[in-house]
Write a protein that binds this ligand. Sequence first.
Ligand code: SF4
Length: 87
Amino acid sequence: MSEDSRSPVDHESGPGLVGMAGSLARSMAQFAASGFRTVPKEIHAARVAQCEPCGHKVGPQCRLCGCFIEAKGWLPHEDCPVGKWPA
Ligand code: SF4
C-alpha cells in the first residue's frame, strides 16, 4: 500500500510549485528587509482565526497562495489573497 505524499494544495488551480517558490523567496526577502519584524501575537491569532473556517484552507496551507498559514500570519507584509485580513 502506498502513502499519498501529495501536498494538500491543488497545484492545478493553485499557485504551483514554481509560483510558491517565487512567492516564498520574495516574502523572505521582504521579511529580511524589515529587520525580521513580526506582527504582535494578537494580530497573528486574529489572522489565523480568519483562516480557520475559510474554504480555501487545506490542512496547514492556503489553497490560493500555497502559504503555510501559521507562518504567513506572522509576517507584517503578507495579506490574504481574497482580503479577509490585511497586510
Ligand atoms: S489566507 Fe485568506 S484565502 Fe487563504 S485560507 Fe486564509 S482566509 Fe482563506
